[in-house]
Design a protein around this ligand. Structure first.
Ligand code: UDP
Length: 237
């Protein structure tokens, strides 16, 4: 079975790098994710990654504790750069050429985000990791994933999570919960389903970029998603 997608945008939450820890980064998990990505790259698929920062710092939590929201969000964005660099290190250990581009300039450690350059890297078979979110407070890395996907003409957003798709109720609470195989953007928005935040969904909808939600912890799932296998939930028109 061939690849359905040639260029994908993978959204990894900060929590995905945390494993069973309650904070920070589990190097074993990062290695696992790097291997999963490496497999896709060696199949000739172009992959860009947006990493979150929730394993380290979330602006909204800082604001709830009394911080200025924008300042807290900038800290959150900087946290994502630590995750981006950690993933880069793991990918390079797996011999996958990788570039980190940040939306907040920190040129000693990463390239600044330059759209055309990001595309060029992808064409050369390099993984591009986008750090520092969108560079704007009051946004999320989910929205960044949708934005970057549109900018680099990715054919799909992969939302890799801890569950195997989107359910009509919480499968941990309700044993009869049903997994949706497909969903429309409008349904997700109308029912406030927890796929990605509504700004991200709206951006994908406007640009007709499908979203595949799947369980990252199952080995080979990124490859399956690339081949268009019916794992998880696909959100589209
Ligand atoms: N953030 C932001 N603007 C962006 C992306 C992220 O201000 O464009 C900040 C925000 O404070 C957020 C934090 O960075 O809480 C970490 O990102 P996010 O919560 O999206 O990470 P995830 O939930 O994916 O781990």
């Amino acid at each position: 079975m061939g690849n359905t997608y040639q260029r994908v945008l993978l959204k990894l939450s900060g929590e995905a790098l945390m494993g069973d820890l309650s904070y920070g980064i589990d190097p074993t998990i990062v290695q696992y994710i790097a291997q999963e990505i490496a497999e896709v790259v060696s199949n000739g698929v172009q992959i860009a990654v947006v990493v979150g920062g929730g394993n380290i710092f979330r602006g909204i939590k800082g604001a709830a504790a009394g911080m200025d929201r924008a300042t807290a969000d900038y800290i959150g964005m900087i946290a994502t750069v630590m995750n981006a660099m950690t993933l880069q290190d793991a990918l390079e250990q797996a011999e996958i050429p990788t570039r980190v581009q940040t939306a907040i300039a920190m040129q000693e450690v990463a390239e600044p985000y330059i759209r055309r350059r990001a595309i060029r890297h992808l064409e050369k078979g390099r993984v591009v990791i986008f750090g520092a979110g969108s560079g704007n407070p009051f946004f999320t890395t989910d929205t960044t994933a949708a934005l970057r996907a549109a900018e680099i003409n990715a054919e799909v957003v992969f939302k890799a999570t801890k569950v195997d798709g989107v359910y009509d109720s919480d499968p941990k609470v309700n044993p009869d919960a049903k997994r949706f195989r497909t969903l429309t953007y409008s349904h997700v928005l109308a029912h406030d389903l927890k796929v990605m935040d509504s700004t991200a969904i709206a951006l994908c909808k406007d640009n007709n970029i499908p979203i595949t939600v799947f369980d990252l912890s199952v080995r080979g799932n990124i490859c399956r998603a690339v081949m268009g296998e019916p794992i998880g939930t696909i959100v589209g028109e």
